[in-house]
Ligand binder design. Sequence first.
Ligand code: ATP
Ligand code: MG
Length: 221
Amino acid sequence: MEIILSAKDIYKTYKTASGEVHALNGVSADFEKGLFYAVIGRSGSGKSTLLHILSGLDRPTGGSVTVAGTDLSSYSDGRMAVFRRRHMGFVFQQFNLLDDYNVLANITMPLKLDGRKADPQFLKEVTELLGLADKLKKYPSELSGGEQQRCAIARSVLAKPQLIFADEPTGNLDKRVGEETVALLRESARRFGQTLIVVTHDSDIARRADHVIHIEDGRVV
Ligand SMILES: Nc1ncnc2c1ncn2[C@@H]1O[C@H](COP(=O)(O)OP(=O)(O)OP(=O)(O)O)[C@@H](O)[C@H]1O
Ligand SMILES: [Mg+2]
């Protein structure tokens, strides 16, 4: 087994006008290459905060995050942004597609920003797997919610990141489409050896994960 991502004793304290919020209180977790992890817990328990810290979008107040042997705290913000673009994919609840670009331009954007080109064979494979092959010329406003979500998933896997982070990716979808979408995400991750970390409220989705990480009051329980 190969540990791709490791969090050691993570603390995160937010300073707010009304005082400090201790969002994470000593979270440790190891993530193996190629496995699917579900992160569950009540609203406000610290799930999104944990995802932001694991993916280097935010920095912990204490503890360390190591990706493929590199401590993320050694990266400047600029290098962290480049590292994220190369090695991590993101799927968020609001899809974050660019309205003025068609599907093809949207899903290849992270590669383009990185000065890379999509491998045509892989592009074909991913868009066929996700049922987007005949929608590449369409604009996000012309797609259903499920199609937009699959577009966000295609974008997250195309750059072949080692890690895919998804924060309630099915929150805007009906239950059946949501489950199909996670199945697709999982299939992509399995075929391409990616580690998938998904925050979800859906217990049926969590049941399909290789491991479930339950967060309560900023701790793993
Ligand atoms: N930027 C911030 N500034 C201050 N407090 C924050 C900030 N982000 C989150 N918090 C607080 O940290 C705690 C954990 O929040 P977090 O967003 O991680 O929860 P969550 O488990 O993702 O909840 P949900 O299921 O509702 O999305 C909460 O008490 C929240 O109010
Ligand atoms: Mg959240």
